[in-house]
Design a protein around this ligand. Structure first.
Ligand code: 3PG
Length: 210
């Protein structure tokens, strides 16, 4: 249904990028792709976010770039025009689900509870963002959801670190995990792209499944 399962299966670690300075967008994306992380989530939280998506799509063709923090139904049609390949939301509303159904952009709806998960499953989704992962029970919560919902798959984000990543990825219902730790603001501001590539390279190999 969502197309996200296939996309995330190929690249189970997703950098979540909040781009403050448009000039950093392309070098940042190139640094991550060079480290082996191709699927990039650009959050719609800054004034230049949409321009950043457009620029990365045009200039970093190896990247698979999508939008995060998609909270408005009208964003779906615009994102497609910008070249975005997917949309991710921190939570989901009927209006977002309806906009996603009208669009062919793969959509990863956010859920934080069994009830929200059931609403997404009812709409035919099988893959969800689990947000904010660490704050809502992390690995233990995902393990508990596996009992009643063994077919649901998750991409947890929110409070995940390089140290906790493998705990998440070892769960049978976790298809991918995301976070912002790859690109600390200080490294981005100083243009320390090599450090970002190194960090990406370390986790790109972290695909061990339990
Ligand atoms: C988000 O959308 O904010 C992501 O979940 C990133 O969370 P993090 O900054 O805690 O990694």
């Amino acid at each position: 249904m969502s197309g996200m399962l296939e996309l995330l299966s190929d690249s189970p670690v997703v950098p979540v990028l909040t781009i403050e300075d448009l000039e950093s967008a392309v070098p940042l994306a190139r640094a991550l792709v060079a480290g082996g992380l191709n699927v990039l989530e650009i959050t719609l939280r800054t004034p230049c976010a949409k321009a950043a998506i457009n620029r990365i799509c045009a200039q970093v063709p190896e990247g698979v770039v999508g939008a995060g923090t998609v909270t408005r139904a009208e964003d779906f049609s615009l994102l497609k025009d910008l070249g975005a390949r997917f949309a991710i939301s921190p939570g989901a509303t009927p209006a977002l689900y309806e906009a996603a159904a009208r669009s062919d952009l793969p959509f990863l709806p956010g859920i934080a509870s069994a009830s929200e998960l059931m609403q997404g499953l009812e709409r035919g989704y099988d893959c969800f963002k689990f947000f904010p992962a660490n704050a809502i029970g992390g690995v233990a919560a995902l393990r508990a959801l596996y009992g009643p919902f063994p077919n649901a798959r998750f991409c947890p984000t929110g409070g995940i670190t390089e140290e906790t990543l493998s705990d998440y990825l070892s769960l049978p219902n976790v298809i991918a995990a995301g976070g912002s730790w790859f690109a600390p603001a200080a490294d981005v501001a100083a243009g320390r792209w090599e450090r970002i590539t190194e960090r990406a390279r370390r986790v790109a190999g972290n695909r061990n499944r339990g």
